[in-house]
Write a protein that binds this ligand. Structure first.
Ligand SMILES: Cc1ncc(COP(=O)(O)O)c(C=O)c1O
Length: 440
């Protein structure tokens, strides 16, 4: 039997459990119990587990008990990876691509990443600017660990993806939030940015399209931010563009003109690192592949960090990624077409519910309504004081999982994904409406 462990803050006491074998063989059960003390690192105290993963776990636990939970907490496309990408992976296995890979990625993949940047964004990069990783999350971690020192300020507009603030805390940096509102479409203005920059500012970190708000910055909006950065040459920009293709405004997906990046502005390009990956646009979350593009010195620094944590990314995934990035984007566009249909339907369903404030997202696959008009209300059993209570109420009473906005730095909102079938979306929102109706 394994020892059972009790964790008191950062203290683990492991108590050997009673072993029936000892009893059977005549040993006294009154033998002294050995205790050992394990001090967990202070590093662990500096950051939290991702709230998104916690909600997914709670949903799975209820489902395991036979409860029909509709998962609207999902942060991944509910589509299969396109067949031609899977075939490339099968071929890579058969061709014995089974050895360790170079830390920054295979050269042919880094060339494919460069041609993708040229094709979709009209950006020029060379393979030495690219570091391939085990997901965009690792690329973000590499860059933050490579650049942020203790006490450095990292500006993050709210709402932001849960992991940003935690990675900054891991690096002992200081998170400086810029608050945005539903009225401003959850986008910051140049004036807000200017006001947030101090002599300690090291980095600006954001995503467009944004998870959770769905906000997408237009070229003009990015240009006004770029003008501020031009005046502050010590500020580095980490631009998370993982939802690039899942964009409902502008021209068709995957063509220059729809998605815009701060890296387009020549005068600041050397200070921008673009992070992207295959998870969202190619329905490849489990394959784990991300990449970062930056000036060579930054790329080498990220390579150094990654070299000690994980080394090069999975060889089979890398070979499949060459196919994903160099073949046409039809499957991605088909997926985006379906997301577009669901986005419109969710918006209709949301409008039918009194007291929810939400604009239609321009990108990604989430709605992020302000639910604060329900705070202070009760169904007679549960009192809803905040977004966390709301998320739990919906999970336990409506059997719909969501993610509370606090996790994204926006405590009045709750995130609901539409990366689920139309049938589940309809049923999920029917249940939410019913549960909210009971709150008085
Ligand atoms: C904004 C954002 N960035 C990065 C990631 C992580 O992507 P990956 O699966 O490539 O690590 C996510 C995943 O949810 C995300 O929403």
């Amino acid at each position: 039997m394994p020892p059972c462990g009790l964790i008191f803050k950062n203290l683990t006491i492991a108590i050997p459990t009673f072993d029936p074998a000892l009893w059977l063989y005549g040993n006294s059960v009154f033998q002294p119990i050995k205790l050992f003390f394990m001090q967990l690192s202070s590093f662990l105290q500096r950051f939290n587990e991702p709230e998104t993963l916690k909600m997914a776990k709670l949903g799975r636990e209820l489902r395991a008990k036979g409860i029909d939970v509709i998962d609207l907490s999902l942060g991944e496309p509910d589509f299969d990876t396109p067949a031609h990408i899977k075939e490339a992976a099968i071929k890579a296995i058969q061709d014995n691509w089974s050895h360790y890979t170079p830390v920054p990625g295979f050269l042919d993949l880094r060339e494919a990443v460069c041609s993708k940047f040229k094709r979709d964004n009209n950006l020029d990069y060379k393979p030495e600017n690219i570091v391939v990783s085990t997901g965009a999350k690792q690329s973000l971690a590499n860059a933050i660990l490579a650049l942020v020192d203790e006490g450095d300020e990292v500006i993050i507009p709210t709402p932001f993806w849960v992991t940003y603030s935690e990675l900054v805390k891991i690096a002992r940096g200081k998170v400086v939030e810029i608050k945005t509102t539903t009225e401003q479409g959850f986008k910051i203005t140049a004036a807000q940015l200017e006001a947030a920059i101090t002599e300690k500012t090291k980095m600006f970190l954001f995503s467009s399209p944004c998870n959770p708000s769905g906000a997408v910055y237009s070229r003009d909006e990015l240009q006004s931010l770029a003008e501020v950065f031009r005046k502050h040459p010590n500020v580095f920009i980490l631009s998370d563009e993982i939802y690039e293709y899942i964009n409902y405004v502008g021209k068709p997906a995957g063509r220059t003109g729809r998605h815009h990046s701060l890296a387009e502005f020549e005068e600041i390009k050397d200070r921008v690192a673009v992070v992207n990956g295959l998870s969202k646009g190619f329905a490849m979350t489990g394959w784990r592949l991300g990449y970062l593009a930056a000036q060579t010195e930054i790329a080498r620094a990220c390579e150094k960090v990654q070299g000690q944590f994980t080394s090069g990314a999975n060889s089979i995934t890398q070979k499949a990624a060459v196919t994903a990035l160099t073949t046409d984007l039809r499957p991605t566009m088909e997926m985006v077409k379906e997301f577009t249909r669901r986005r419109a339907r969710v918006h209709e369903l949301l409008k039918e519910i009194p007291g929810l404030h939400c604009s239609e997202p321009d990108g990604a696959f989430y709605v992020f309504p302000d639910m604060s008009s329900y705070f202070g209300k009760t169904d007679g059993e549960s009192v809803i004081n905040n977004a966390g209570d709301m998320s739990m109420y919906l999970l336990h009473k409506a059997h719909v999982s969501s993610v509370m906005g606090d996790a994204f730095g926006e405590p009045d909102c709750v995130r609901f994904s539409f990366a689920n079938s139309m049938k589940n979306i309809e049923e999920g929102w029917r249940r939410i409406k019913e549960a909210l109706r009971k709150l008085k």
